[in-house]
Design a protein around this ligand. Structure first.
Ligand SMILES: NC(=O)c1ccc[n+]([C@@H]2O[C@H](COP(=O)([O-])OP(=O)(O)OC[C@H]3O[C@@H](n4cnc5c(N)ncnc54)[C@H](OP(=O)(O)O)[C@@H]3O)[C@@H](O)[C@H]2O)c1
Length: 232
């Protein structure tokens, strides 16, 4: 049986590399991005892999569009639903200097959209063989690992995404669904910046290993790209 992954934010950064990685391993990829028109690299990849890679427009804060896409893909079995799309939030987000509207928008994208996606695609995931809902969280969203403070919007939105994941792991356990959060490393993307030590390709290759090794006992945890479990 074919293996299928749906990835949000697949046009650049870690999402694009995950799309490359999974298709290179023979997976079918349902690649979602806000604006396929300008997703040059993703479109080139899809031209080379017409059978394996399909592109769908998806702004993850648009719940109506999420529902519409779920209806279009109603007959699919989705082995991995991968909530990758994310933002770092407002430029200034230190104590006493945060734009609360921008913080709310950060929450909408990083914490609420993953749950919206999980609710919309749960049937497609439940009928697949692997049954995985994965959300790219972050070590910066770990309460235990927070020793530096700051980054209020990003840290809190990723901590909330982690809590959503933990809840999904509990609520969907009896359907055999695995829910995990992922830390991809500090990765050299537009978000991670030029100083980041991990290249997107390496992160994607390591996340592939993590995602394809998961079993139900691994659900409800924050997995680093290295294969380590990080504390919440
Ligand atoms: N890079 C790191 O060091 C690092 C570390 C820990 C966690 N992460 C997480 O890893 C994930 C990917 O990050 P990245 O480093 O690849 O960042 P990136 O290069 O900035 O890419 C972010 C992706 O998310 C998409 N996106 C943002 N808002 C969206 C929305 N409202 N609807 C749909 N798509 C949206 C972007 O699409 P557009 O092109 O349309 O903007 C882009 O495809 C994020 O969740 C991030 O928080 C990254």
């Amino acid at each position: 049986m074919g293996k299928t992954i749906l990835i949000t934010g697949a046009n650049r950064g870690i999402g694009l590399e995950l799309t490359r990685e999974f298709s290179a391993h023979g997976w079918r990829v349902l690649a979602c991005c806000r604006d396929p028109q300008v997703a040059g690299e993703l479109k080139n990849l899809a031209e080379r892999l017409p059978e394996a890679l399909r592109i769908f427009p998806l702004e993850v804060t648009d719940s109506a569009r999420i529902q519409e896409l779920s209806a279009v893909l109603a007959d699919e079995a989705i082995d991995i639903l991968l909530n990758n799309a994310g933002v770092s939030g407002p430029e200034r987000q230190d104590f006493g200097a945060i734009d609360t509207d921008a913080w709310l928008r950060t929450f909408r994208i990083n914490s609420i959209a993953p749950l919206d996606m999980a609710a919309a695609f749960v049937e497609q995931v439940a009928r697949s063989r692997r049954k995985i809902i994965a959300t790219v969280g972050s070590q910066l969203g770990s309460l235990t690992e927070n020793t530096e403070g700051g980054m209020y919007a990003y840290r809190s939105s990723k901590a909330a995404a982690h809590m959503v994941t933990k809840n999904l792991a509990i609520d969907l356990h009896d359907r055999g669904i695995i829910a995990v959060a992922l830390h991809p490393g500090w990765v050299r993307t537009r978000m991670g910046g030029p100083e980041a030590p991990v290249m997107p390709r390496q992160s994607a290759a390591e996340l592939f290993q993590v995602l394809t090794s998961l079993t139900l006992k691994d659900s409800g945890k924050l997995w680093a790209h290295t294969g380590q479990v990080l504390p919440w």
